[in-house]
Design a protein around this ligand. Structure first.
Ligand SMILES: [Zn+2]
Length: 349
């Protein structure tokens, strides 16, 4: 592959890969350690993938890491740092399934160029309860400086010992976000985090942006104008901002809403596709300098609510409630001015 040239998969090719390798054992919003462990026996037989218990949560649930590939470029991926944000977790199992089973050029190239470590559920206690925070009420994504939680300490130690060239920090964003200048939801949003308050484009941050540009180029073919750029306001205690500041390039992916997709199975697909494109780009690129096109991705904008009853002119936002092993979407009436808002669903009551 040539330097500085961005290779973009064709949409047919990458959609086929997804359909062929989607992890069928994982579905919907409530994804826990028990759920993902159902896939483990398959990987214990794998010659390509290694599973290791690297630590435990505050309530002593296992935190596992999958390793694959033998190349020089090191990539670290973690998901479900927020326990109720599971879309990235489903996508990393789609990715593992693909890298384990496929023998195509793309997979071989990735495995020979990259060493990839994946922590699919960093916060298994929060996953079990379907909460953002861990068992001690700590938001792991605001714990990068204090490292108060066991889970934050573990992630930090993996970061320092593995010393990745690129990391992917996987989250879900709420349904309220849309893409500026459109009436579309932000199905996927990206961020190359700032290292300090001036939001300067440092050399490392430019490299992170470069990977995002590659992912965005492909997504624009599949879901045009449904990709947003998350605010780069500097959050001093956030994980991505801190890791980027320490010199570890960290791509934030926020999986979001797609029409009628409250189970986040469509956004799972686009998260998988983003990851595969991003990793393949890293595998094939030696010069990550080009970063300007990052700023052409429109901003995320809060503009949506879930539901409008047209005849009553009443608006609702769903509350996600875990009950008997599934997530119920319970409408809660909104007490705010709704005149400038867009709605994912409109009904007559
Ligand atoms: Zn999050």
């Amino acid at each position: 592959m040539t330097m500085g040239f961005m290779f973009t998969f064709s949409k047919e090719y990458i959609l086929n890969i997804f359909l062929e390798h989607k992890e069928v054992l994982l579905f919907g919003r409530w994804i826990t350690l028990n759920h993902i462990q159902k896939t483990f026996s398959r990987y214990e037989m794998s010659s390509k993938i290694e599973i290791e218990r690297i630590g435990s949560s505050e309530e002593d649930r296992g935190i596992f890491q999958f390793s694959v590939g033998s190349g020089k470029k090191k990539i670290l991926i973690w998901s479900q740092m927020h326990g109720n944000e599971s879309t990235g977790t489903k996508a990393v199992f789609d990715l593992l399934n693909y890298l384990d089973k496929a023998n195509d050029y793309t997979a071989e190239r990735i495995l020979s160029e990259c060493t990839i470590k994946i922590i699919p559920i960093l916060n298994p206690d929060g996953a079990e309860r379907y909460t953002r925070v861990n068992a001690n009420d700590v938001d792991l994504n605001r714990d990068a400086v204090d490292s108060e939680a066991k889970e934050s300490k573990l992630l930090r130690s993996i970061l320092e010992t593995f010393d990745p060239d690129f990391s992917f920090n996987l989250h879900d964003q709420r349904t309220i976000f849309g893409v500026e200048g459109t009436n579309n939801p932000a199905t996927i949003s990206f961020l190359a985090p700032s290292e300090e308050e001036t939001r300067k484009v440092t050399e490392g941050r430019a490299q992170t942006m470069n990977v995002i540009i590659a992912m965005n180029n492909l997504l624009q073919q599949l879901i045009p104008n449904c990709v947003g750029r998350y605010t780069d306001e500097f959050y001093p205690t956030a994980t991505g901002d801190n890791f980027q500041k320490l010199g570890y390039n960290t791509v934030l992916i926020e999986s979001g809403h797609y029409p009628d997709d409250y189970e986040r199975e469509e956004s799972r697909k686009y998260t998988f596709i983003s990851l595969l494109q991003g990793i393949y780009h890293i595998a094939n690129t030696s010069d990550f300098k080009e970063s300007e096109a990052y700023f052409t991705i429109p901003s995320n904008q809060e503009k949506f609510r879930d539901l409008l009853h047209i005849d009553k002119n009443e608006a609702f936002q769903y509350e996600e409630i875990l009950e008997k092993g599934q997530i119920n979407f319970v409408p809660r009436k909104i007490k705010e001015d709704i005149s400038s808002l867009l709605f994912h669903k409109k009904t007559f009551s």
